[in-house]
Design a binder for this molecule. Structure first.
Ligand code: PHE
Ligand code: ZN
Length: 872
């Protein structure tokens, strides 16, 4: 077996050499690109040999201070180019060759639709040329690109265009210079047949910035929204954080083949086209929202990531947690703050909580890894963002801003650690934040248990708080958990909070930072209900002793939009959990009246706030429901959720129909992506879903009509989704129509694949198997693979079929992908990592597939790490 190298945080050593300046020459050719790299280097530690990382490239020559080195003066060993003898300061010139066309891993220099592009984070630069491929080596870059002029009219790299011109034999060149020092993971190059749209932004300091978005010519009419989103992000970062852009050009390029969402390369962001291209006819509201937030996210990295970068990859959350937090705050301001917060919490519970409870659980600052690619996780990103949010909750917006200012003042131009960030937050506010370290060092979602004791005579309500961290166990270090709380009287009116004789207002943040604590609220009348964890003030699982009536009170009256949503969601979860137990006992589920009444009340008021009600009336998903149980009962959970859906559909058919009609009249206008229309469309689509769930032919026909007459993708796709779950001729009619209508549009065809892979149709596995042979399916495009195989793996009923055929199918497919693109294969493995959560029969079937995968001799180290860690 292979012996994969584990990288450990505790082994960190500063680099033995500095690279101050980099000159690169690219002579582009699809199968044999020549790279000449000239590095101005400086020794920082005595005696050590020079060791440059390299991967998948052929070194042709090495010269030191202009003198060609003989083959004996350098060697290649374990992915390193080693030169034993080098002076204090020297210039190294390396010539090497790479093959972009064969690069299906999409790291380093590769081709997408025939155009050259690069992806260097985390460790892709070493596939371009030998280098100190680590984020704490910062240099200025000058890049000359030479290529065939007719095939590659556009030549781009980081920074400013210095010079361009023609060369003999139909070639041309461009020379780019980036004045800002950067680590090599922020390097980028693009060459191809692209068109652009252009706009301008004037910064607060009166700098005129030229903004361009480059796409393939046929997509030129789909860039305007992304451009406007970019300008909104630039304005927002100046207003909220005083951060302005620092160059005269900002370029974005959209490519179809991309492993992730997008990449923040200095002044040359490269995007998965999914996060740029949009027209109302092809993109849904969700797509628009995603574009706005990813465009902003990458732009925000210019300060949080690029100007201040990471010392090593264990610090990834320093830039990602912080930048996600910033994009969340931005989207909240653009959309509706409460809606964005609820969406983010749903997402966290659905994806991050299971990760944090499973075998791949890691602290937001991981302590070791085999492949860094595997640590671009929900934990590092979204839980990391929650931890950043805790600073803001504790320090307030102004205090947080002071901390950010000091962070940039101290560390601009440096590669730093999460501790430097925390120290800046602490020093700027004159407080001790050392206990926050516990959030960076421990994996797992904390549990907060609350038990109440009410003493009517003294009018005191004692909250008995206990925290635990099951993933770590008894020896865990207590976490500083801010609990934002309020109090409602028995009729739902807000009450002031009094603690220790002091009036604290209607809401305050209690810092719960020990294992156990008692919080005594005074002057509390009988029947008052505490409202805990408003705005989801910490990423924890809250276990309270509130009963259904109290949750219903909160759902109806709490002033906090998040908590009202969470209260109704809790009632739904409790109802579903009881139903699961009933179904497992062979009984029919009985739905609690409190919950049904609460839904009835919400339906009455739904039109007053459609966006919020669309979220509140959507049932918890199967994964989140499964997380409530020790062992996930696949069928019972699926049935319980379906049963509740049809119960709500039938019981409230009249209300759903009336909501649907009212909103249909209000939405009879041209599509615009804005908060108001977004909310209305979401609620109308939800109503349609419930109506289709009644099983009545008239509603299925209505959905088909809705599908056919939609003037935008949100409505069309919403109706199509409602139809894919039903056994009716309309299903095939709509799916076929959708395919023929959009067959030339890859991003829409991704939706078509995803819809079928995620369907709860009983034959989904067969459909997906057939779809792998569809002419439009390809293993080399990550978006397509994710749409079919990624979505299938998340489909509880289909993937977890009791006979194990779903497991065998996905394992086979992952092995095919692993040969081409290890990063994507490793991500497809994630549903298998949860194997211990299922019944013993399924455990055995899933484990057998993991063991089979582990036996494959050519398995990538990406997949190896996931499989190996899941089995131990
Ligand atoms: N740094 C990118 C982001 O979050 C993500 C990314 C990581 C893209 C690795 C490609 C490769 O914005
Ligand atoms: Zn990022």
């Amino acid at each position: 077996m292979r012996a994969p190298v584990e990288h450990r945080l505790e082994d960190y050593q500063s680099p033995a050499f500095a690279i101050d300046d980099v000159h690169l020459l690219f002579q582009l050719d699809p199968v044999a690109t020549r790279v000449t790299s000239t590095l101005a280097m400086r020794r920082q530690r005595a005696e050590e040999p020079l060791q440059l990382n390299l991967e998948n490239l052929v070194v042709e020559s090495v010269a030191l201070d202009g003198i060609e080195l003989g083959e004996s003066a350098w060697r290649i060993e374990d992915g390193r180019l080693i030169i034993e003898d080098v002076p204090e300061r020297f210039t190294l010139r390396i010539r090497n060759r790479i093959n972009p066309k064969e690069n299906t891993a999409l790291e380093g220099l590769y081709l997408s639709s025939g155009n050259f592009c690069t992806q260097c984070e985390a460790e892709g630069f070493r596939r371009i040329t030998p280098f100190l491929d680590r984020p704490d080596v910062l240099a200025t870059y000058t890049v000359r690109i030479e290529a065939d002029k007719s095939a590659y009219p556009v030549l781009l790299s980081n920074g400013n265009l210095i010079e361009q011109g023609d060369l003999p034999d139909g070639q041309h060149y461009a020379l780019w210079h980036d004045p800002w020092k950067k680590p090599c993971y922020l390097f980028a190059l693009v060459a191809g047949d692209l068109q652009f749209i252009e706009d301008h932004y004037t910064t607060a300091g009166e700098r005129d910035v030229t903004l361009r978005i480059y796409v393939e010519p046929h997509n030129i009419d789909r860039c305007e929204f992304a451009m406007q989103a970019l300008k909104r992000a630039m304005r927002w970062d100046e207003e909220r954080f005083g951060l302005s852009y620092d160059l005269d050009v900002f370029n974005i390029v959209a490519v179809d083949d991309f492993n992730m969402g997008a990449m923040e390369n200095k002044s040359l962001n490269i995007f998965n086209s999914k996060y740029i291209l949009a027209r109302p006819e092809t993109a849904t509201d969700t797509d628009y929202e995603g574009i706005e937030s990813v465009v902003a996210h990458e732009y925000f990295h210019n300060w949080t990531g690029n100007r201040v970068t990471c010392r090593d990859w264990f610090q990834l959350t320093l830039k990602e947690g912080l930048t996600v937090f910033r994009d969340q705050e931005f989207t909240a301001d653009m959309l509706l703050p409460s809606i964005k917060r609820i969406q983010d919490v749903i997402h966290l519970r659905r994806y991050q909580f299971p990760e944090d409870a499973g075998p791949m659980a890691h602290p937001i600052q991981p302590k070791s890894y085999i492949k860094m690619d595997n640590f671009y996780t929900m934990t590092v990103y979204e839980k990391g963002a929650e931890v950043v949010r805790i600073y803001q909750t504790l320090l307030g917006r102004e205090g947080f801003r002071k901390g950010m200012d000091l962070y940039f003042q101290r560390h601009d131009g440096q590669a730093v650690t999460v501790d430097d960030f925390r120290q800046a937050m602490a020093d700027a506010n004159g407080v001790d934040l050392s206990s926050m370290r516990a959030w960076y060092d421990q994996p797992g979602t904390p549990h907060v248990k609350v038990r109440r004791h009410y003493d009517a005579d003294s009018q005191r309500l004692t909250l008995d708080l206990t925290q635990s961290l099951p993933k770590v166990g008894e020896g865990f270090t207590p976490l500083p958990i801010p609990i934002r709380l309020g109090l409602l009287d028995a009729s739902g009116n807000p009450l002031p909070l009094v603690v220790g004789g002091e009036e604290l207002g209607m809401e305050y943040v209690h810092l719960f930072d020990t294992r156990h604590q008692q919080l005594v609220l005074e002057q509390v009348p009988e029947g008052a209900v505490p409202a805990l964890l408003r705005d989801f003030s910490a990423p924890v699982i809250l276990e309270t002793d509130l009963d259904d009536a109290e949750w219903a009170l909160l759902a109806a009256h709490d002033p906090d939009d998040f908590l009202r949503w969470d209260a109704l969601n809790t009632l739904a979860l409790k109802a579903l959990m009881e139903a699961v137990t009933a179904i497992e006992r062979g009984e029919a589920p009985a739905w609690p009246q409190t919950y049904l009444d609460a839904v009835g009340v919400r339906l009455q008021a739904a039109l007053e706030d459609p966006a919020w009600h669309a979220l509140a009336l959507t049932l918890p998903d199967e994964v989140t429901l499964g997380e409530q149980f020790e062992t996930i009962a696949v069928e019972a959970i699926h049935q319980a959720r379906k049963a509740l859906q049809s119960e709500l559909a039938q019981r409230f058919e009249v209300q759903w129909a009336s909501i649907y009609d009212t909103l249909s009249a209000e939405l009879d206008q041209p599509y615009t992506f804005n908060a108001e229309q977004y909310g209305k469309r979401s609620l109308r689509t939800l109503a349609l879903h419930y109506l289709v769930q009644t099983g009545k032919a008239k509603w299925i026909e209505q959905a088909l009509y809705h599908y056919q007459h939609a003037n935008n993708m949100t409505d069309r796709f919403g109706a199509l989704r409602a139809l894919t779950g039903v056994e009716h001729a309309a299903r095939k009619t709509a799916l076929d129509d959708f395919y023929y209508r959009f067959r030339n549009d890859p991003l829409v065809i991704d939706k078509w694949f995803a819809l079928q892979a995620g369907s709860d149709h009983p034959h989904t596995l067969e459909h997906v198997r057939m779809l792998t042979r569809h002419p439009d399916f390809t293993y080399t495009n990550p978006n397509r693979v994710r749409s079919l195989l990624g979505v299938f793996g998340q489909n509880r009923a289909a993937f977890h079929r009791a006979d194990g055929s779903g497991y065998v199918f996905l394992a086979d497919e992952i092995l095919k992908v692993d040969k081409l693109n290890p990063q994507i294969a490793a991500r497809l493995l994630s549903p298998f990592t949860q194997w211990r959560r299922f019944d013993t029969a399924r455990q055995a079937l899933m484990k057998a597939q993991l063991e089979r995968i582990l036996q494959v001799p050519s398995l990538s180290s990406n997949s190896y790490e996931i499989v190996e860690k899941s089995l131990t």
